[in-house]
Design a protein around this ligand. Sequence first.
Ligand code: HEM
Length: 178
Amino acid sequence: MMYGLLIFVGLLSFWMLYRNTGEQQLESHYVQEEVDTAPLSPEQIKLIQDSWALVLPIKVKAAELFYARLFELDPTAKALFKGKLDFQGDKLMTTISVVVDSLNDLESVVPILHAMGKRHIIYKVRAEQYDIVGAAFLWVLEQGLGDLFTKETKEAWTIAYGIIASVMLEAYSESDLD
Ligand code: HEM
């Protein structure tokens, strides 16, 4: 009887700890009930597309800067990357380009971002790391664009990154990983 009770209390504590860990993983500014994929004005879309066109010619350097900044802000992130960073940087830039080209129809890239969110759970990326990646990414844009990274351009990019991160994070609140 006593042993039964001890096992029950043990299992209960384990379950509560497990639940808590799950909740902590969803701590991010970008977690939303429902993601609005059309909050950008035509002017903001133009600001993003024009500024991205200036970053693309220096995308290799931009990706290098991005990872350096990310690992500075979050040294724990480094251990998550198993492959070569230059190859990874290229995939990251390509994904951003696809999203930038689809800003007038973001619904069309939702399935891609959603699937990417699921893969990021497998890579063991935590929800709060989307905030850090967002900060590192905006910082790189600022370095690359200098004075052209105006308040309006920053605002537009902040919204765009927010949509990407929020859609990817939607996958985190679903338990199925099909
Ligand atoms: C807007 C957010 C993000 C975008 C667009 C993005 C993009 C990508 C892309 C395109 C890949 C290639 C593999 C795949 O498609 O599954 C990838 C892999 C990966 N990403 Fe992200 N990512 C984002 C957020 C994050 C965050 C927050 C982290 C956390 C530090 C992260 C860490 C990783 C890791 C560890 C891999 C696997 C790398 C490897 O296998 O070496 N990503 N990401």
